[in-house]
Design a protein around this ligand. Structure first.
Ligand SMILES: [Zn+2]
Length: 197
């Protein structure tokens, strides 16, 4: 790698950094990002990448509908932004904070970016790859295994998603000059409508 002005040793954890202070505030930023997805009808998932000194290096929300891009998950958008800012693909020392448990693609991106830590809010029992359905970031066969923190502001993160899908089901039942298209809204439909993660 070619060290840029903001890359390299700067992202080793400095003595003053206190991760135990928690990630409630960064998760607030991720929640703000998630709400930004609603404008384009995207599933509200948001992410931020925080440097070792607490600097926000990158942020993003799910933009699959907005960009017509199946890989435009919040985590990938935020990781790309952070790598651009740092000037390197290697984000050692940094933490990804995301409102929903990452999918297999995003778990892969987290490992490839050499992120030190992943912090997420709501579990995704349908597609989560950081402990729920798979545990792709802590597989012992991998050289790099980020630290994981789950359940940060999980209720708020989950409620945002539940509200989104509830609104979408209501809209789907609304007649539009023809017979209403009613879809089954069973207990399992909460997070699998868009299958974002
Ligand atoms: Zn994903």
């Amino acid at each position: 790698m070619t060290p840029g002005p903001e890359s390299g040793a700067r992202f080793g954890f400095p003595a003053g950094f206190d991760a135990s202070a928690g990630f409630d505030a960064p998760m607030g930023l991720a929640l703000d990002e998630a709400r930004g997805a609603l404008a384009t009808g995207d599933v509200p998932v948001g992410a931020v990448v925080i440097g070792a000194d607490g600097t926000v290096l990158g942020r993003g929300h799910n933009a699959r509908e907005a960009d017509g891009d199946p890989t435009a998950h919040a985590e990938v958008v935020a990781i790309r932004a952070a790598a651009t800012r740092v000037g390197s693909w290697r984000l050692s020392g940094a933490t990804l904070v995301v409102t929903l448990e990452p999918c297999t693609m995003c778990a892969g991106a987290i490992v490839l970016a050499r992120l030190d830590r992943v912090v997420f809010g709501a579990d995704d029992p349908k597609a989560g790859a950081v402990g729920s359905l798979w545990d792709a970031v802590r597989d012992r066969r991998l050289n790099h295994r980020p630290e994981v923190m789950r359940g940060v502001r999980a209720d708020e993160c989950g409620a945002l998603l539940a509200d989104f899908f509830a609104d979408r089901r209501t809209a789907a039942r609304r007649p539009r000059g023809g017979p209403p298209s009613v879809r089954a809204a069973g207990p399992s439909s909460k997070l699998d409508d868009g299958g974002v993660a």
